[in-house]
Design a protein around this ligand. Structure first.
Ligand SMILES: NC(=O)c1ccc[n+]([C@@H]2O[C@H](COP(=O)([O-])OP(=O)(O)OC[C@H]3O[C@@H](n4cnc5c(N)ncnc54)[C@H](OP(=O)(O)O)[C@@H]3O)[C@@H](O)[C@H]2O)c1
Length: 288
């Protein structure tokens, strides 16, 4: 078991102990997640600081950059500490305009798993999420062929655990009917509560829910209620948003993204902010 002083303690993804406070590496690539970062050394410093501060869960994808984020992770942290678990996702490519076209046919998925192994410098990927839907969010439709392809790669020993991302509840259930999953990674934060029921159902099954855009992503969370509560607590709104997520459900794992070591430290401190029942009741109104 990982022991940690990070807020939220730990969770076990399948058989992999991780800190509930993780790190999302997407922001390390260039603008709109394309190309290299303006500050290469700064990006390496953020990754090293994350591990030094005790974080054992890093979220990435070959599509970030593309390749850039995985290459930075390898440069900063390889050989990886045994305690560190890198979670990646497959199922989308990048186009010349910076779009994220789906790439969920079996050949693309196999290629993407091998590319992730190669750029990260790993023999086995700890956890691979199948990214579904599109930029507008989850979209209905069967995921059987794509998910079965990943199960085949898992059976070959290339993947330890599987998850789904940007998925509808029906697609989560469809995946689970094919093979066990250890996490669902969907968009969720104080203002976007569409997965409330799903989170509770997954908690009962011991499956992690990993919200992406916990701080609002490319459009930072803005809410007068959030600002009021934050001002009362003399805290930053982002701190309140992260602390609220940790309190929302024990199966929620945080992967806030930042390209700044200062913000990383602020977010860790902020997620530990104590919230009273009155604060929670007030914050609960935002996304309902
Ligand atoms: N599965 C999917 O489809 C999917 C989609 C999107 C993201 N993700 C994953 O989810 C992770 C989190 O999402 P995200 O990074 O897009 O969004 P996010 O965590 O909601 O927000 C990141 C943004 O907040 C800013 N920020 C962070 N801490 C701050 C602070 N203390 N003060 C001020 N600004 C702060 C960052 O800017 P600075 O860099 O200046 O700190 C960045 O612009 C990603 O890194 C990625 O791993 C997955």
């Amino acid at each position: 078991m990982v022991s940690t002083s990070l807020p939220g303690g730990t969770w076990t993804l399948g058989d992999l102990p991780v800190t509930r406070f993780g790190y999302g590496a997407m922001q390390l690539a260039g603008p709109w997640v394309m190309g290299p970062p303006a500050d290469h050394g700064g990006a390496l410093a953020v990754l090293r600081a994350a591990v030094e501060l005790g974080i054992t869960h890093i979220d990435t994808s070959e599509a970030y950059g593309p390749r850039v984020t995985n290459q930075l992770i390898r440069e900063a942290l390889h050989p990886y500490p045994d305690s560190l678990h890198i979670v990646t996702k497959v199922g989308a490519n990048r186009d010349q305009q910076g779009g994220w076209p789906p790439a969920r046919d079996p050949e693309s998925l196999r290629r993407s798993v091998h590319e992730n192994l190669s750029t990260l410098g790993l023999d086995v990927l700890d956890l691979v999420n199948l990214r579904l839907g599109d930029a507008a969010g989850p979209q209905p439709g069967s995921i059987a062929e794509a998910f079965e392809t990943l199960v085949g790669l898992q059976q070959q020993g290339l993947i330890r655990h599987l998850g789904v991302s940007n998925a509808t509840p029906e697609q989560v259930a469809e995946a689970q009917a094919i093979a066990p999953i250890v996490c669902v990674q969907n968009m969720y934060n104080l203002a976007h509560r569409q997965d409330d029921e799903l989170i509770d159902a997954l908690a009962e099954q011991g499956i992690a829910y990993v919200p992406f855009f916990p701080l609002g992503g490319f459009s930072p969370l803005q809410s007068s209620v959030l600002s009021t509560v934050a001002a009362r607590l003399e805290a930053a709104p982002m701190s309140v948003a992260l602390a609220w997520l940790l309190r929302r459900s024990p199966n929620i794992l945080l992967i806030p993204g930042t390209s700044s070591t200062t913000h990383l430290r602020e977010n860790i401190a902020g997620a530990a902010l104590p919230l009273s029942d009155d604060d929670l009741t007030e914050l609960d109104k935002i996304g309902r």
